[in-house]
Design a protein around this ligand. Sequence first.
Ligand code: APR
Length: 237
Amino acid sequence: MGFRRLVILTGAGISAESGLGTFRDKDGLWTRYNLEDVATPQGFARDPAFVHEFYNARRRGLREAQPHAAHQALARLEAAAPTGSVLLVTQNVDDLHERAGSRNLIHMHGELTKVRCDACETVAEHRDDLSTGSVCGHCGGAGFMRPHIVWFGEMPMMMDEIYAALDACDLFVSIGTSGTVYPAAGFVEHVRRRRRAHTVELNLDPSEGHSLFAERRYGAASAIVPEFVDRLLAEGI
Ligand code: APR
C-alpha cells in the first residue's frame, strides 16, 4: 500500500491488557467513579484531596503495568518508517507507549507522570503521590499543584499539531477507543473529508464511529495490532 504519512490514535483499550482499566467497558473507571467528581476542574475545586487520591491510585497502578505487544508493535513501526512519518496521538495518560519505545508521540489528554503548578504553570515529572500540601519545585508555591491531565471542559493539548498531521496523512488508524469523546472521536470524519487517506479501526468491539472507517478489524489489541503492523511493514509503508 506504500503509505507515507501515518497518524495513529490510541485509547484506553490499547492499555487494557497491561492491566490498566478502560473507562466505559464493564467495571470501567466511569462505572466506579462519577467523572464529574474526579475529571473536571469543578470536582477538583470541590474536593482536591479526593481528586489527588484518585490520580495517586492510578499513578501507583501504572508502576505495576508493563507495555505489551501492541505498544511494542507501534514502536517498531515508527522505528522502521522514515523519521517523522508516523505520529502517535494518544488519549491515554499512561506512559506505556514511551516505555515501549515510541518517540513521535502526543498525549492530547495529558500525562499521569507529570504535574502542573497552577501558580507558575510549570510542568514537571512526578511519579509519586500528590497532595493539597504539595510544593512546586519551581516557584515554591504550596497548594497549587494539580495532575497534568486534561479534564472535561478543558482544551486537549497540541490540537494544532494534531490537525496539521491529520490533514497531511494518507493513513489514519484508530486503536482501542470507543469513539465517544470529542475532539478525538471526530478525527476520522476530519480525515475522510479530504478523501485522500485510508482509515482503519482496530478495536475489541465496534466503536461509535465504526461505520466511518474504510477497514475494520476486531479483537484484542495484543493480537490485531502486531498483525496489522507486520502487514504494513511487509507491504513497505
Ligand atoms: N483490545 C482492543 N480494544 C479494547 C480492549 C483490548 N484488549 N479492551 C477494550 N477495548 C476497547 C473497547 O471496546 C472500547 O471501545 O477500548 C475502548 C475503550 O473505550 P473507553 O473506555 O471509552 O476509553 P477511551 O475511548 O480511551 O476514552 C476516551 O474518555 O474519559 C475520557 O479522557 C478519557 O481518554 C479518555 C477518553
